[in-house]
Structures are given as structure tokens and as C-alpha cells.
Write a protein that binds this ligand. Structure first.
Ligand code: FAD
Length: 448
């Protein structure tokens, strides 16, 4: 991955994956050779724990932004509970918030740059980082399921420009369809006469819901097929009539990130707005109706591909709390000595570091597998997200304990770290659902 920094702190790359003409390189390759060969190819590609100079450069560059721009603003935006547009703009100005930036991180064939970037940004501040990276869930859906044309047209629009930044939203969850994605009630009907899709329903918990320019909405095209009858649609806020923001959620953590309901009332989008194209969707539905295999649900495809990255976000929060607690324990004195000189504190810090490093190994393994087309036979993506989420919750709670009363006070960041960490047991598949996925994968049985 060839990269260079410019004078204003921006980075440039010559390794942006093909986006506007045809299939992106890695997907075309995987489809052509089939899963087995892709797996073989992945297994042959060396995995190294020693970061390359490029990876270290990106890590340090993102870390600088996290420490100089995000950290100082974290408390303020947490209190305001508003999307930190000025900070997203800063990130856009240096190329950190852009399709080219994201594509450059993804282009690293080891798969490590993307989790490294996520860890550093979430180390800076989780609420602001989700405002910056929330867009990437919609981007992952378009990139993973869209045609070359859709990728070229819609992904850049998810980001806007540094002068006019935009965000995107992935809308799958509904009031009665959270863990159970197959229960989605939002429908999409094709109006043959108008050549348009008509979408009706209510989405819940959408990150950037209602404030995004591009919404990727998962809807049922054929209810009888359950999740196999789902498809994802691009709904641009500025053009589509019938889409509106519902109630904004007031949250425990990640308060700088916007979460809201989205309503779709006879919302019309052109035929070309179904991800993957209508022809492919019709073929897939026909296969499913005949009882032949189809590639699973539109939501699950997106969640599976992003799980290791979400694990990396949890790691960033855990590391922030661990580092803060370590420094604090080395300074705070009680009973005439530093509190770290008590084994109870020192051993806790040792275990915090151990758990973070162990979780990172799972995240990096899954990221490498995902990037190299190695199938998650044992649900390694879920393993990484489950472990990192649990570690983040445990580490941030222990960090509060090490700070004593200060751990509970808003003047110190550790209680915010803890509030932010809890979501990693819940979104993109709860801890229970990850265990279900792992249990099914290792047993081959239908466990419910
Ligand atoms: C801050 C935030 C941001 C979010 N962003 C998005 C977004 O951008 N897009 C989006 O589509 N969604 C988003 N979500 C929704 C999120 O993915 C869901 O909250 C999550 O999937 C859980 O669904 P639920 O809240 O309906 O809980 P439920 O599914 O009702 O689960 C409740 C409890 O029951 C447990 N449970 C359920 N089924 C089982 C089972 N079979 N076995 C054992 N236990 C079970 C769960 O683990 C959980 O503990 C977001 C949520 C939050 C809080």
C-alpha cells in the first residue's frame, strides 16, 4: 500500500480499490475462483504480527488525530449529545473521513489496517468516532452487495465532500426486529407501472438515522421467505419522498453519535436502487422459492463482514481506560505508597492488559480471514466481537474501580469509557446472539 502524507496532514494513496467500473477487485476474484480457492489463497498468504512501515504510519497518523482533535472535544460532545459535525469536517479535510481513506485502509491485504484505524479512533473517543465511522456500515452494505455502478455512484455520496460533509445510515433494526432480523416488517413492493420500489415501515435505532444523506434500508420483498426474502435499498434523503426522522434516542453512552427511528411512508425509489440490481434479486428470490440455497439475509451479510472491525472499536475504548487507570495508579497515593504498589491493583492492571491483547489477537485473526476470503467456519468474526465487547465492559469497569470516587465522576473520562463500552455487548449482534452463532458453527446443529 503506497501512501504519503501531504503538508496539511492529509494522506494520499495509490492503492484505492477499483470502485466505479465493474466489480471491486477482491470480490470479482473471490466470485470467480469460488469460496474454496479463495480460502486456499488466503491460507497461503502470510500473516505477520510485525506491522509494516505503512501500517505504523497510518496508525500514528490516526492516533495523532484521535489525541489532538478528538480527545480534547470528547467531554463537550458527550454532554451536548449532538453529532460533532466540525470534527467530522476536520477528519474529511485530512482525508480520514472519505471513501478514498476507507478504501485505502481496506486495501491492505493483511486486513490489519482497518481494525488498527478503528482502535485508534475509538481510543480517542467512542461517540465522536462512531459519528465518523457510522457511515461505514452503510458503505459496507453497498460495497458488499452493490453492483459496480452502485458502488461508484452511492459510496462517494455517503461521505459528501470536505466542503459539505454527509453521513450515511444502515437501517435494519425495527421495534420488533432486533436480534431476530427475520421479523423485519418493513416491506418493499415493486410498482411495475412507475418502475419504482414503494417502501413502507418503521426502522429503529438507526445510527445517523434521519440526518444521513444516504440511508440503506433493509426491507422484505417476500414475507413468506423470511430473511431470504429481504433486500437492501438505497434511499437518498434529499430525493426520496416519504422518508422522515422519528424519535431521537437519548442514550447511556456514545452520546455524540446520533441514533433515531426512521419512518418510511409510501417512500418511492427508482428500480435501480435495490442493492445488487433487480435482476439478481429476482433470481435469488426464485431460487429461495424453489427451496434452493440463497445467500442469506441482507442484514446478516453486512453484520458478518463488519464484526471484527466492531471488535476493534471496543478494543480502542478498553485500551483508553486501561492506559488512564495505569497512569492514575502510578500517581495516586494512599497509605503512604502508590496504589499500584498493592498487588490487588497491579494484578488487575496486568489482567486488563492481558485481556486487551488476547482480544486484539482474535480481532486481527478475524480481520485477516475476512480480508483474505477465508471462511469463518467457527464463527471467528463473532468470536472476535464477543470477546472484545466483553473485555471492553470488564476493563472499563475495573478502571472505574481503580480510580475510586474519581472513576464515578464526570470530570474524569473513565465513567464515559464505561458508558460507551456497554453497547459492544448489544449492537451488531448481542453477546447472546454471538454465542448462538458460534455454537451453531462449531456444532453444525440448530441450537435455539
Ligand atoms: C446505540 C445503538 C446504535 C445502533 N445502531 C444501529 C444501526 O445503525 N442500524 C441498525 O439496524 N441497528 C442498530 N442498532 C440496533 C441493535 O443492533 C439492536 O439493538 C440489537 O440487535 C439488539 O436488538 P434489540 O435491541 O431489539 O434487543 P432484543 O433482540 O429484543 O434482545 C433483548 C435481549 O434478549 C436476548 N435474546 C434475544 N434473542 C435471544 C436468543 N435467541 N437467545 C438468547 N438470548 C436472546 C438478547 O441477547 C438481549 O439480551 C443500534 C442499537 C443501539 C443501542
Amino acid at each position: 500500500m503506497a501512501q504519503a502524507s501531504t503538508a496539511d496532514g492529509a494522506r494520499t494513496s495509490s492503492a484505492v480499490p477499483e470502485q466505479s467500473s465493474g466489480e471491486p477487485a477482491h470480490r470479482a476474484e473471490a466470485t470467480e475462483r469460488g469460496g474454496e480457492e479463495a480460502s486456499q489463497r488466503g491460507a497461503e498468504r502470510a500473516f505477520s504480527m510485525a506491522l509494516t512501515d505503512d501500517q505504523k504510519d497510518v496508525r500514528d497518523w490516526v492516533h495523532r488525530f484521535a489525541s489532538e482533535v478528538m480527545r480534547p472535544a470528547a467531554h463537550e460532545w458527550d454532554e451536548k449529545e449532538k453529532t460533532p459535525w466540525p470534527i467530522i469536517e476536520e477528519a474529511a479535510k485530512i482525508g480520514l473521513y472519505s471513501w478514498e481513506g476507507l478504501a485505502q485502509f481496506y486495501a491492505d491485504e493483511s486486513g490489519l489496517t482497518l481494525p488498527i484505524v478503528n482502535e485508534e479512533l475509538f481510543w480517542g473517543d467512542a461517540g465522536i468516532a462512531l459519528s465518523i465511522l457510522g457511515t461505514s456500515l452503510a458503505v459496507a452494505a453497498i460495497f458488499g452487495q452493490g453492483t459496480g455502478e452502485q458502488i461508484g455512484e452511492w459510496i462517494p455520496r455517503c461521505f459528501g465532500t470536505p466542503e459539505e460533509v454527509k453521513v450515511a445510515s444502515f437501517c435494519s433494526s425495527e421495534p420488533n426486529a432486533g436480534s431476530d432480523v427475520s421479523a423485519i416488517r418493513t416491506t418493499a413492493r415493486f410498482d411495475e407501472a412507475a418502475g419504482e420500489w414503494v417502501i413502507n415501515g418503521q426502522k429503529a435505532w438507526a445510527t445517523n438515522g434521519g440526518i444521513a444523506d444516504v440511508h440503506v434500508v433493509v426491507a422484505s420483498v417476500d414475507r413468506a421467505l423470511g430473511a431470504r426474502g429481504h433486500a437492501a435499498f438505497i434511499v437518498p434523503m434529499s430525493e426520496a419522498k416519504g422518508i422522515s426522522e422519528g424519535v431521537k434516542v437519548s442514550k447511556h453512552g456514545l452520546r455524540a453519535s446520533h441514533t433515531a427511528d426512521v419512518h418510511l411512508d409510501d417512500c418511492r425509489v427508482p428500480a435501480s436502487h435495490v442493492l445488487g440490481g433487480k435482476e439478481k434479486l429476482d433470481e435469488r428470490l426464485a431460487r429461495a422459492r424453489e427451496g434452493r440455497s440463497s445467500r442469506g439475509s441482507a442484514s446478516m451479510a453486512t453484520f458478518e463482514s463488519t464484526r471484527p472491525t466492531v471488535g476493534a472499536q471496543a478494543l480502542g475504548i478498553a485500551r483508553a481506560a486501561y492506559e488512564y487507570a495505569l497512569d492514575y495508579a502510578k500517581q495516586r497515593e494512599q497509605f503512604g505508597r502508590k496504589i499500584i504498589e498493592n498487588q490487588a491493583i497491579a494484578f488487575t492492571l496486568a489482567r486488563m492488559k492481558l485481556e486487551i491483547d488476547a482480544a486484539r489477537l482474535l480481532v486481527w485473526r478475524a480481520s485477516w480471514m475476512g480480508r483474505n476470503g477465508v471462511p469463518f467456519d467457527n464463527a471467528e468474526g463473532s468470536m472476535s466481537k464477543l470477546k472484545a465487547g466483553e473485555v471492553a465492559v470488564w476493563v472499563t469497569e475495573r478502571a472505574m474501580q481503580i480510580l475510586g470516587g474519581n472513576g464515578y465522576a464526570r470530570e474524569f473520562p473513565v465513567e464515559r469509557f464505561h458508558r460507551d463500552a456497554k453497547i459492544y455487548d448489544i449492537f451488531e449482534g448481542t453477546a447472546e446472539i454471538q454465542q448462538l452463532v458460534i455454537a451453531r458453527a462449531i456444532s453444525g446443529m440448530h441450537i435455539s
